[in-house]
Design a protein around this ligand. Structure first.
Ligand code: GLU
Length: 512
């Protein structure tokens, strides 16, 4: 019988969900889904000082927005719950009793001050901070008596000094010398399990078959394997995925709020595009495809094809224009950050592709959220939603983000058109330009075009009539109808505006 694949994402609720964490969640989700398995969400909140319910909410909401929905988790429940570590303390103590009973672990009465001293001494000598075993052989009765008296204690696992081998699906085979680890704490003096200890018990209890997580956790793995061995529990398959770096090659975690998943939601990225982009951070499929909707990712993803080398998050600036040394996104507000966004990032390319291909029905609720931020546009949606949806359908091919739609709509629906600059005004003054505009206006009046193709044809006809070509043809028409030298593709813009509006704009600018 083949083993059921069960993966998990195990965030510590002490901040936002960042791109790195979200990618870990995605890889776990995809790996399980690609193999008919289950994906579990577990909240690791044993660090009492750093965990907050607000952070847990933000992480869970971010994952929901991405559509990375667990089969089991704090909101979903499941057969192996609870799915919050702080609610599982009785489970951990069962295992601790067993380890104490078998003398595989022991109480350690070192005070904070003593531990600090050992740490300092190791640092001074430049050697690893290995516990000296001062309580390893304390007679059981004595330990019991001290506990009874109310003395504070932690619990340490006995480490015999064997070699520990991590077999990793991404990193390969890595050997660790456990003599450099020493007896380590599995239960803290506040009674809470340490991260390494809780992870092992939960992964076993929740029947996790594959652990996929950031390479930063690789150094924790030998400790976890030692705990698995002491408890005679099977070891899961490990995959430690590469680090994500910015274009400055520095760790992404330095960018803090700037890489929070919600930042991307609020900028108008679609979850499908964001997942697609994240999937390509450190992984690529055999056929080297890049545009892959979730259903395709779920079919294709394999952790064995993940790269060992760091992957680059090119969202801010790019390779030719790297982030400057003093780039401090954590000190910047959202508006400042947006100015640093690399317009040519793969994320924008993907987002545009999704914006233009998803059904309008699915897109509209998300799209409207951004338009409604503008008072004028919000009023127009209330008045004639159907028309706004029709317009959206025509402009969406030009959008990198849903937020981009706002200036587009403002341009399309403005009451008054004004020539934006002297340079633009000068371009419609010469006789040739005036002739082009007049010929164009006359053709529009006579033929009443309505589709982009019909408008394109009319522009061509105006060119034939006047002998104007290229820029000499379209620039006067553009300025006469929009007041601007840049903007939407004219035939598309005209089709959205309709012939009357186009003529009204030209008349208003006195150009026709
Ligand atoms: N709770 C750990 C973290 O947030 C992850 C633990 C794991 O995946 O083993 O980094």
């Amino acid at each position: 019988m083949t083993k059921v694949i069960r993966t998990r994402f195990a965030p510590s609720p002490s901040g936002f969900l960042h791109v790195g964490g979200a990618r870990t969640a995605l890889f776990n989700y995809l790996y399980a889904k690609a193999r008919g398995g289950q994906y579990i969400l577990r909240v690791e909140d044993t660090d009492q000082e750093r965990s907050t319910p607000e952070s847990e909410r933000i992480i869970l909401d971010s994952l929901k927005w991405l559509g990375i929905i667990p089969d089991e988790g704090p909101d979903e429940g499941g057969d192996f719950g609870p799915y919050r570590q702080s609610e599982r303390l009785n489970i951990y103590s069962k295992y601790t009793d067993m380890l104490l009973e078998k003398n595989l672990a022991y109480p350690c009465f070192c005070t904070e001050a003593e531990l600090e001293q050992m740490h300092e001494a190791a640092k001074r000598l430049g050697v690893p901070n290995i516990y000296d075993g001062r309580y390893a052989n304390l007679p059981r009765e004595e330990a019991q008596a001290r506990i009874k008296k109310g003395e504070k204690y932690s619990i340490r696992l006995r480490v015999s000094g064997e070699e520990v081998v991590v077999q990793d699906l991404v990193q390969g085979k890595i050997k660790f010398d456990s003599r450099l680890i020493g007896d380590f704490i599995i239960v803290k003096s506040d009674g809470f399990p340490t991260y390494n200890y809780a992870v092992v018990i939960d992964d076993f209890e929740m029947k996790i078959s594959h652990v996929i997580r950031g390479v930063g956790h690789l150094s924790n793995t030998p400790r976890q394997i030692l705990i698995h061995n002491a408890l005679s529990l099977p070891v899961p398959e490990y995959s430690h995925i590469s680090e994500i770096v910015g274009t400055d090659k520095k760790k992404l975690s330095k960018r803090r709020g700037a890489t929070s998943v919600l930042f991307f939601r609020d900028m108008g990225y679609l979850p499908e595009a964001f997942n697609n982009y994240m999937a390509l951070l450190g992984w690529y499929p055999e056929d080297a495809a890049e545009f892959m909707p979730m259903a395709e990712l779920k079919r294709k993803f394999d952790v064995a094809r993940c790269s060992k080398s760091p992957s680059m998050f090119d969202f801010f600036l790019n390779e030719n224009n790297p982030e400057p040394e003093d780039f401090k996104p954590e000190d910047m507000n959202e508006a400042e950050l947006k100015k640093m966004v690399n317009k040519k990032t793969k994320l924008n390319w993907l987002n545009n592709k999704y914006i233009r291909t998803v059904s309008m029905q699915d897109l509209w609720p998300e799209a409207a959220r951004f338009l409604e931020k503008d008072k004028g546009l919000s009023a127009m949606i209330k008045k004639d939603q159907k028309r706004m949806i029709e317009i959206y359908d025509r402009v969406r091919m030009y959008l990198d983000t849903l937020e981009d739609a706002v200036p587009f709509f403002r341009e399309l629906l403005k009451d008054r058109v004004e020539v934006e600059s002297k340079e633009a005004a000068d371009l419609i003054k010469p006789e040739e330009a005036k002739n082009v505009i007049a010929a164009f206006a006359e053709l529009v009046r006579a033929e009443k075009p309505s589709t982009p193709e019909q408008f394109a044809d009319i522009m061509k006809q105006a060119g034939v009539k006047t002998g104007a070509k290229g820029k000499g043809l379209f620039m006067p028409i553009r300025i006469a109808s929009t007041g601007s030298m840049h903007g939407l593709e004219l035939p598309n813009l005209f089709a959205i505006l309709g012939p009357e509006q186009v003529l009204a704009r030209i008349a208003q600018l006195g150009a026709g």
